[in-house]
Design a protein around this ligand. Structure first.
Ligand SMILES: *Cc1c(COP(=O)(O)O)cnc(C)c1O
Length: 363
């Protein structure tokens, strides 16, 4: 059979391997692992491989993905990562077993929905420890919200507290902020007179602390996606090499549609590129260049690609075209040849995309 390109190759055995390695790292410290599926748009076979490799929950920011997991009847608990919209609470109660929460308004409405559907929904309340995305800013406010849930909302179960870092504010998890979260939990337990099930200490970027055995005792839950699906990010950005994690879980193959010697510096009057950006071009003289049928549309940005063929270098891209310098290619290339690329998180996210946008036609 002739393959169609671009072709996304997913090595499910590497998903199983990486999930088990992260799971074992967590398990050694009594930490439960939620496998985060949003980075690959919840592709069911991949999510299933994660589930079977020791995740306690499958987690996503998108309700559609959790719904799909539930409808497939995997039996694994689902965890909603994004504070839900008021307009999706019906779905949340139906298809998410647990959700992260920070808004009293949402919690009240969620309680009503849970009552309507005759179930009790579990929540983890988020504390903002400085990254400035979701969560309440102070311990006092967190305690107040926890008490409200515990005492007033009969159809909501206060499952624990959590935090998220490194997403907006680029703030690292540290011994200090993780300890703060644990002592928040202890303070709440003191007041409600029962232990919390979860103290959820973040995502992939908490793994370096865990790996160095610096994660404060009391953190007993992590939510990990990137570390499993894009293992090369940890050594690159966090100087953390977790033994046995495999890279190139997701690779993309694309076809050469033009191969020619061309100047490397554009000719004529310069303005902006296809995305309205002013670009600096390096003049390296004439180079052998390959044009591929793959573009930023497919992978977000070509800078999220890592050429796997020796001597192949990224030059640039527009929506549907990728330009490579193949002057030093070890392989003798020709039109129609296929080149492979590893991908950073952004590449995986875009390459696995289904369109979630609602489209409304007017006029
Ligand atoms: C995306 C997300 C995660 C997982 O992040 P990774 O970097 O993929 O591990 C965890 N928690 C929340 C709240 C998220 O939004």
């Amino acid at each position: 059979m002739i393959k169609a390109y671009p072709n996304l190759v997913i090595d499910v055995s590497k998903i199983r391997n990486n999930t088990k390695i992260v799971r074992d790292l967590c398990m050694a410290k009594g930490i439960e692992l939620a496998g985060v599926i949003k980075g690959f748009n919840g592709i069911p076979e991949v999510a299933e491989a994660m589930a079977k490799s020791g995740c306690k929950q499958l987690a996503s920011s998108r309700m559609e993905q959790l719904k799909e997991i539930k409808l497939r009847g995997h039996g694994i608990d689902t965890l909603l990562l994004r504070i839900p919209m008021l307009s999706e609470l019906d779905q949340v109660v139906k298809y998410a077993d647990i959700s992260l929460q920070s808004e009293k308004t949402v919690l009240e409405a969620l309680n009503d929905k849970a009552q309507e559907q005759g179930v009790r929904h579990r929540v983890i309340l988020m504390r903002d420890l400085g990254d400035l995305r979701e969560g309440v800013m102070t311990r006092e406010a967190l305690i107040e919200l926890a008490l409200f849930v515990e005492k007033q909302l009969k159809h909501i179960i206060l499952e624990g507290i959590g935090c998220n870092l490194s997403c907006y504010g680029s703030i690292l998890p540290t011994v200090e902020n993780m300890s703060q979260l644990v002592s928040d939990a202890r303070a709440i337990e003191e007041i409600i007179q029962r232990p919390l099930r979860y103290v959820s200490g973040g995502a992939t970027t908490t793994l370096p602390l865990l790996h160095r055995d610096l994660l404060p005792e009391g953190i007993n839950h992590l939510r990990v996606g990137e570390g499993i699906i894009c293992a090369m990010d940890l050594p690159l950005h966090f100087k953390t090499d977790i033994e046995g994690l495999q890279t190139e879980v997701f690779t993309i193959e694309a076809e050469i549609i033009e191969l020619a010697k061309k100047p490397s510096y554009p000719i004529g009057e310069k303005c902006v590129n296809a995305f309205g950006e002013v670009v600096d071009y390096e003049d390296k003289g004439e180079r052998l260049r390959a044009l591929l049928a793959l573009g930023n549309r497919d992978v977000g940005s070509y800078t999220a690609l890592v050429p796997l063929d020796e001597g192949v270098e990224l030059v640039g891209a527009s929506s549907d075209h990728l330009i490579l310098d193949v002057e030093n290619s070890v392989k003798d290339l020709k039109v129609g040849d296929i080149l492979s690329f590893g991908m950073f998180y952004q590449g995986v996210l875009y390459a696995t995309d289904k369109c979630y946008m609602n489209i409304e036609m007017v006029g």
